[in-house]
Design a protein around this ligand. Structure first.
Ligand code: ADP
Length: 268
């Protein structure tokens, strides 16, 4: 891409570039818009935690470093902001790979029930902080084997469950269910009884950086990429994702997966 800030020169350069490479100009313009939009969003997301780290370092340098207790408190806070930066950068890396189709799926047969249980265990503490209960819709869920990329599906489940906790009410519940859909498909549902999503926002929910409540969800610490990542992963599998939600009732995110013909976990 040509690098320039003058819009007229930029357009002329793009047109020449497109002619040389015989690329459709419209496609290129859309790509350019998309790139600018993406970069704008990225810098916006990174600014807040970066300024936070800078603020603490400056305060320490201004003298706070001499007080042992304050020093520790500020370093812990700066470290938290760095954790947040790393989290955002990791999500950015993943979404970029997913968007350019640069991510190979490593499909194998595995028990989805066991995977859900391990994500529950991983998020237990986070849920406990809001006294949210994570449950299966049956007491003793039987093993169900699917054929998919286990690590990526773990990411999908984690993102959906983290959201159900973030946007769930104190003392609420998130329930996961797995059901047969058609002969070779299952559907996984993640249902919460949290704040819900107003209908106007539903069509744009899976766009990267789209948020219902800008300040609220940023305070909750997300990257704004969680659902975009989920959608890409599910679609890369050739599967479908659905959402149903009602304000003050709750939300249900569901996705389909291919059942495995093998009833054991494959090792690769
Ligand atoms: P974020 O990092 O902001 O959580 P996501 O892509 O994961 O980004 O979600 C996009 C937006 O969708 C959130 O900011 C939130 O407004 C809304 N959202 C996602 N999941 C839920 C849910 N379970 N309940 C209510 N709102 C939700």
């Amino acid at each position: 891409y040509p690098v320039t800030t003058d819009m007229r020169t930029l357009t002329a350069e793009i047109e020449k570039f497109a002619k040389d490479k015989k690329i459709e100009i419209d496609t290129l313009k859309i790509r350019e818009e998309y790139r600018k939009d993406f970069l704008g969003n990225v810098s916006h997301e990174l600014k807040t935690p970066l300024f936070t780290v800078q603020g603490y370092i400056e305060t320490l340098l201004d003298g706070a470093i001499d007080d042992k207790n304050v020093r520790k408190k500020y370093l812990i806070r700066a470290n938290k902001a760095v954790d947040r930066l790393i989290y955002i950068v990791k999500d950015l890396d993943l979404i970029t790979k997913l968007e350019v189709g640069d991510l190979n799926l490593e499909k194998k047969s595995f028990n989805i029930i066991e995977l859900i249980q391990s994500v529950f265990d991983f998020l237990e503490m986070k849920a406990a902080k809001k006294n949210i209960t994570l449950t299966f819709d049956t007491v003793y869920p039987k093993p169900i084997f699917v054929y998919a990329d286990k690590e990526k599906i773990q990411q999908v489940l984690t993102n959906l469950l983290v959201n159900s906790i973030k946007y769930g009410n104190e003392n609420g519940t998130t329930e996961v269910s797995v059901e047969n859909l058609v002969k070779n498909k299952i559907i996984v549902r993640v249902t919460d009884n949290g704040e819900g999503i107003p209908a106007v926002h539903i069509p744009r929910l899976f766009e990267r950086f789209y948020r219902v409540d800008q300040s609220g969800s940023r305070r909750e610490g997300g990257s704004g990429l969680g659902l975009a990542i989920v959608k890409h992963i599910i679609e890369a599998h050739g599967e479908k994702i659905y959402v149903e939600s009602a304000v003050e009732v709750g939300s249900e995110f569901s996705f389909t997966l291919e059942k495995s013909s093998v009833q054991i976990e494959e090792v690769q």
